[in-house]
Design a protein around this ligand. Structure first.
Ligand code: ADP
Length: 161
């Protein structure tokens, strides 16, 4: 069976942790759709077009990875792209409660859609987009944690003030 996985998130911005998960998924699944949520609840640092573009640039080497933006229900978006699996990254026990709830709710909404989890290499376990933004905003060095295109965008954003 050719399994298509949809990997949803805000990716504001994409980090080396996300890329680690995408690289692992690209080896496992026939196709991986990275679905960037528009996210109207909180104001993102980077708009949807920019988040999609940064992801496209860092996944160019993967032939079976596509990047899309979405602002509808995840289960509907999964159906639209014929995805059989929702993929999520798990960093720590602290992620578990929220992820467990999300997986349960998505199963209620769409019983045939399975949620699967991957963990990143241990050097990426503590990276989160929100922490990266906070460090960059305060002038800290985040070059270890994000790809170069993201680093340039962060520098540009915060140097402009
Ligand atoms: P959130 O859901 O907290 O807004 P994102 O949207 O940025 O996080 O991330 C999308 C997915 O990637 C989530 O499943 C999240 O747990 C996972 N993820 C985020 N950072 C990492 C990391 N450093 N390693 C592995 N998975 C991660």
């Amino acid at each position: 069976m050719n399994i298509t996985a949809i990997y949803p998130g805000t990716f504001d911005p994409v980090t080396n942790g996300h890329i680690d998960i995408i690289a692992r998924a690209a080896k496992l699944y026939h196709k991986v759709i990275v679905a960037v949520a528009v996210n109207n609840n909180k104001a993102p640092l980077f708009d949807i077009e920019q988040r999609v573009k940064l992801l496209e640039q860092v996944t160019i080497e993967f032939d079976n990875v596509d990047i899309i933006g979405f602002d509808n229900l995840l289960v509907d978006c999964a159906k639209q792209y014929d995805a059989n699996v929702v993929l999520r990254g798990l960093r720590a026990i602290s992620d578990f409660e929220y992820e467990f709830q999300l997986a349960g709710m998505n199963r209620r909404l769409s019983p045939e859609l399975e949620t699967m989890f991957l963990t990143p290499a241990e050097q990426y376990e503590f990276i989160s987009s929100s922490m990266i933004k906070e460090i960059a905003r305060l002038g800290g060095d985040v070059s270890e944690f994000v790809p170069n295109n993201v680093l340039q965008c962060l520098i540009e954003k915060f140097n402009r003030g």
